[in-house]
Design a protein around this ligand. Structure first.
Ligand code: GLC
Length: 733
């Protein structure tokens, strides 16, 4: 949605002759003299009319995406450039929301100075908030969101991100990454929602958040499903590598999230650098045109990755032949960050020579223009600065903090050391990532690779701990742990990875903690106080050799700017509900290790303790008779249009341990379980049965086991009427 505010001012100035010819009357000030300029006409009609007026240069320009660092507003006018992007960290000066909006408006004025006045699209990587703009809310990276198993939360994050992107003037984000990370060595594991397609498929709700119910709705921005297809399945987890699997496995593991995104109307799809069985995706006509556009019916436009077509012939730089291969394979817009003027020449020549049919050029333009009309850019081309107030707002930070809470996965809690009491005694905090908001934000934060340090406004994990602890508690912080002694009731070590992005994050060797962290942990352990480890990382790390020395382990992933959400879990203001979205290896030698592959992990996919799981054993002689039924069940669901995530907390209220335990219920709305975690869930007809994993086969008296599952429904999702545990009726909360 674009306002008329800026445009109206320009009209006044233009009318007064103060702006002269350099700023043409903006769209809404023009009388709608041509059909494509008439918003009352159907988009398809407007596209056809405009296409009929476009020269080959106009069409070539629309298929060109250049980088802001090599493109002026005058270039946009001269070459009819259809889109400009910011690569990671490529920002205007001043790097402020107003600076971004001014830059955007300048490019739009350049576009509106062309004869047909086709607005540009401006693309950025707002992949965990509008992470390019200082002061923006930085949300947890996708791997943490996958641990929440909360599609509705992720949709809200999409909406908040869309508002902050709009407030800075941009209209297109290269998100979500719907990659399914199958090897944790991959440097982009943290951009994935998890190792199985079900989570990424469920989390495509973020597309609804970003694009809204209408693309021309308030603060709606164009979303991008990326990177199509199989980027997370390369051999060895090599970024931009080769995915060597059958087509059946490609379709089963990597395609479902894209199919779901297409069903939700995602406006663009970005192609992966990687190859499928040796064929570069950017040249794969079968997967792009036949499968994505044909079989899935994708009607948006397909954009290349950054200078990705340069890789098609295995030589540096790009050639006209590579342009031909990519466009004929089905790419509609080519991201050419620097040498885009050469690209314009190659594309024009290829169209003139017939190497690229004009029908393909027109199809690409039709797709691109359709999204521009649907976004309302022709009517409201300028930045909607009214949303600038949402950037880093308290409401968005609260949402981010909730996401941080829900993303925490409790992996160990010996003796119920967590939650920590808020008051009394002394707590020692150490670790390179305790007071480092840059580390906790990870890559794609202000810069492409991200960086450690006090990089963005927000709350470090240490600051969250200090705020959560009561006035009667002393919090001592020393990064390397020096000064610890046994006078402390606990030590919290916040350790893990420093920021990285893409291939620079590939880990081909050790996946263990670094020497700095190991030295800190050793120092803490030598004091003889309980050690609670908070792991800030973009993936599981190889900790099996050390975990025996730790009293507790909390996987925090890359929480972003609101580190207080971690403290909320440490001190019990939020009991952990997160579940592993990836299998946690026993050893890096096991990579790739995924659910169902027969390897024995340290922690299985879907694992995650709650505080109820670790309560000390109950009084062996219960004073009251056991309540009705031998169990208590808390059954909650998180619903979306065609499915839901169910979460069950089952407590054995009987006097004896149950091994095995079997919980059953009957669906009455045609629901079907599609995937489960932390329990073995099967369904026969309407009857669902859940039983323990190997590591939760026995349910002690008073103990609680939590598990979850995804399911499909036909529109309604009625709650089961009753639950039975080993045949005995349960009390349902
Ligand atoms: C990068 C990434 C892609 C990103 C694009 C633009 O290389 O692969 O995810 O959207 O370039 O920054």
């Amino acid at each position: 949605m674009r306002p008329s505010g800026t445009a109206t001012a320009a009209v006044a100035l233009a009318a007064a002759g103060l702006l002269g010819a350099i700023v043409p009357a903006p769209a809404e000030a023009r009388a709608a003299v041509l059909p494509y300029q008439d918003p009352s006409l159907p988009v398809a009609t407007r596209v056809t009319d405009l296409l009929g007026r476009m020269s080959l240069d106009d069409k070539v320009g629309q298929m060109t995406q250049s980088e802001r660092g090599t493109t002026t507003a005058a270039d946009v006018t001269a070459y009819r450039v259809g889109s400009v992007l910011s690569g990671g960290g490529s920002a205007p000066s001043p790097n402020t929301p107003a600076g971004w909006a001014d830059m955007y408006d300048a490019y739009q004025r350049g576009a509106l100075a062309t004869p047909l006045q086709i607005p540009i699209l401006y693309g950025i990587d707002a992949v965990h908030g509008n992470n390019n703009v200082p002061g923006s809310t930085i949300f947890p990276h996708n791997i943490g969101l996958g641990a929440t198993r909360d599609p509705a939360l992720v949709e809200r994050i999409g909406r908040a991100t869309a508002e902050e992107v709009t407030g800075a003037g941009q209209d297109w984000t290269f998100a979500p990454c719907l990659c399914v990370a199958r090897n944790d060595r991959w440097g982009r594991t943290y951009e994935s929602f998890g190792e199985k397609p079900e989570i990424a498929t469920a989390m495509t709700t973020i597309v609804d958040g970003l694009q809204g119910s209408r693309l021309d709705g308030p603060a709606s921005v164009l979303a991008t499903a990326k990177h199509y297809i199989g980027d997370g399945g390369t051999t060895g987890g090599t970024d931009q590598g080769n995915t060597q699997i059958s087509e059946a496995e490609l379709r089963a593991v990597h395609l479902p999230p894209f199919a779901a995104a297409v069903q939700r109307g995602v406006g663009s799809v970005m192609i992966s650098y990687s190859s499928f069985n040796g064929v570069k995706l950017h040249g794969n006509k079968y997967l792009i045109t036949d499968l994505l556009k044909g079989e899935l019916g994708f009607t948006g436009f397909v954009v290349s990755d950054w200078a990705a077509i340069d890789q098609l012939d295995g030589q540096r730089g790009f050639t006209q032949a590579e342009v031909v291969t990519a466009v004929n394979a089905g790419l509609d817009m080519i991201m050419v960050p620097t040498d885009w003027k050469t690209f314009v020449g190659y594309l024009r020549a290829a169209a003139q020579s017939g190497q690229i049919p004009l029908s393909r050029i027109d199809d690409a333009n039709r797709r691109i223009l359709t999204k521009k009309f649907e976004l309302g850019l022709f009517e409201r081309p300028y930045a909607d600065r009214g949303y600038a107030t949402t950037i880093g707002s308290a409401a968005h930070r609260d949402l981010a903090r909730q996401a941080v809470r829900q993303s925490q996965v409790l992996l160990k809690n010996a003796g119920g050391i967590l939650p920590l009491a808020k008051t009394g005694g002394k707590i020692f905090v150490a670790g390179k990532s305790a007071d480092d908001i840059g580390n906790q934000s990870g890559g794609w934060t202000l810069s492409w690779q991200g960086a450690g340090g006090n990089t963005v406004p927000g709350t470090s994990i240490l600051a969250g701990i200090r705020a959560a602890a009561g006035s009667g508690t002393t919090i001592t912080y020393q990064r390397d742990g020096t000064g610890i002694d046994n006078s402390y009731r606990a030590a919290i070590a916040v350790v893990g990875e420093t920021p990285y992005a893409e291939g620079q994050g590939d880990r081909t060797g050790s996946m263990s903690l670094d020497a700095t962290d190991l030295a800190t942990l050793s120092r803490l352990r030598s004091a003889g106080v309980p050690v609670i480890v908070v792991l800030v990382s973009g993936r599981p790390l190889d900790v099996a050799a050390e975990i025996g020395n730790w009293n507790a382990l909390l996987a925090a992933w890359l929480p972003g700017s609101e580190g207080a959400g971690v403290a909320d879990v440490l001190f019990g203001d939020y009991a952990p509900t997160g579940k592993l979205p990836v299998t946690w290896m026993q050893s890096a030698a096991q990579q790739p290790i995924n659910d169902g592959d027969g390897k024995t992990p340290l922690f299985p996919y879907g694992f995650g303790l709650t505080y109820a799981d670790t309560q000390p054993d109950p009084d062996p002689t219960p004073t009251d008779p056991a309540p009705a039924g031998a169990c208590r069940v808390r059954y909650t669901t998180s619903d979306w249009s065609s499915g839901f995530t169910g979460t069950v907390a089952l407590t054995n209220t009987g006097p004896a341990a149950l091994a095995p335990w079997t919980l059953s219920w009957t669906f009455t709305g045609g629901q079907t379980v599609t995937q489960a975690w932390s329990a073995r869930v099967t369904q026969s007809g309407a009857v669902v049965t859940a039983t323990g994993e190997t590591w939760s086969a026995s349910l002690a008296p008073g103990a609680t086991v939590s598990f979850g599952f995804n399911g499909s429904h036909g529109g309604s999702n009625p709650r089961p009427a009753a639950f039975t545990l080993n045949g005995a009726a349960c009390t349902a909360e």
